[in-house]
Design a protein around this ligand. Structure first.
Ligand code: FEO
Length: 170
């Protein structure tokens, strides 16, 4: 069982995870438009990953006897600037999501909601990985700057990102 306050906060986070999925899909489309198919693929995989973050939380609310309320998803930007800017914006976004997860954890601690604390631990760990993965892409992008062959090499590497493992359907 979860409190009404926790239920509302988790529903808000479901919405933020949906926005993340939506934004990465927009980034994927943008990357295609500017001729970077590897970037587009990486963003498409990130979109898939975010949909898993959505459904994992959705399932948790239901499993706890709560009510899911799907809120309106904000429209993401259409353009994201240079290849480096795309990933700098990705890093900023993931840092923002980390702060949201930490606020949720603060609430779970305040409410002495042990089940939600355990559940959210998965997201805390996931955010460390997400930020680290993006940092590992921002660093070489900074190094290559405007060098076209360097960018093409990174694009080819990003094309190799594998699809996330789907969650079991409840
Ligand atoms: Fe769902 Fe990228 O955090």
């Amino acid at each position: 069982m979860i409190s009404t306050k926790m239920q509302a906060a988790l529903n808000e986070q479901v919405n933020k995870e949906f926005y993340s999925a939506y934004m990465y899909l927009a980034m994927s489309a943008y990357s295609n438009t500017i001729g970077l198919p590897g970037f587009a693929h990486w963003m498409r995989m990130q979109y898939e990953e975010e949909t898993l973050h959505v459904t994992k939380m959705y399932d948790y609310i239901l499993n706890q006897g709560g009510e899911v309320e799907l809120l309106a998803v904000e429209k993401p930007p259409k353009k994201y600037g240079s290849p480096l800017e795309i990933f700098k914006k990705t890093l900023e976004h993931e840092q923002y999501v980390t702060s949201l997860i930490h606020k949720l954890m603060d609430l779970a601690v305040e409410e002495r909601d042990y089940a939600t604390q355990t559940f959210l631990q998965w997201y805390v760990t996931e955010q460390v990985e997400e930020e680290s993965n993006v940092n590992d892409i921002v660093a070489p992008l900074r190094m290559v700057g405007d060098d076209k062959s360097g960018l093409m090499l990174i694009d080819r590497q990003l094309a190799g990102r594998v699809a996330p493992t789907p969650l079991p359907v409840k």
